[in-house]
Design a protein around this ligand. Sequence first.
Ligand code: AP5
Ligand code: ZN
Length: 217
Amino acid sequence: MRIVLVGPPGAGKGTQATRLAEKLRIPHISTGDLFRANISRQTELGKLAKSYMDAGNLVPDEVTIAMAKDRMEQPDAEGGFLLDGFPRNVSQAEALDELLTTEGITLDAVLDLEAPEEEVVKRIAGRRICRKDSAHVFHATYSPPKQDGVCDICGGELYQRDDDSEETVRTRLEVYHTQTEPIIDYYKAQGLVVTISAMGAVDEVTGRALEALKREQ
Ligand code: AP5
Ligand code: ZN
């Protein structure tokens, strides 16, 4: 399947994408994770992306689209993929459509995770991520690690993202409403959008997502 995951920052896109990708046997492609990997390797792309990310703004389309395209063209993405955090505005959605048309393929669904603002703010404030593997995500209250600051899965150090400060989160939410939400209408016009609630336990949301996607196959 070829799926786009959309939803406000902190809705649980990364958490769900890891689980859904495993169940559906498709790679999880997160532009946020790709940027963070570039930042930790201190590449030129990482240096450029960091200044935008720390302010809560979108990284320019040109570099983002090139990076996403390059990742989607890797052999493991031939049979399908789950895009998390891309596209993030209408021009990225148009660029993705162009790319898919060139390849003669189409999207199967756009999964829209809905969560109220007060909940996403709480989820972001407590988020802790593993330095060794960004798929190892914890929450100080909702899913605390057994030992404070240490990843249960691999023993790596847990840290808080630089862009998870209260002020930056406000900007990220604003950017989501003004720039990203319009892609939901863009995809509604193509009949691709399935909206589910992101509230409840992680497993419950995964079950809801799988049910919704089954209807789209
Ligand atoms: P990105 O990394 O994509 O961040 P985001 O969209 O802001 O989303 P988050 O990662 O904050 O949240 P999430 O929805 O994945 O939630 P998570 O699963 O972690 O982007 C970061 C930046 O990169 C952007 O601001 C931009 O600068 C740049 N960027 C990326 N893509 C770009 C693009 N295409 N174009 C331009 N710029 C781009 O969950 C959050 C917390 O909640 C965790 O602690 C988790 O444990 C907990 N949690 C999850 N589900 C539940 C649940 N059901 N119950 C309780 N707790 C839960
Ligand atoms: Zn870990």
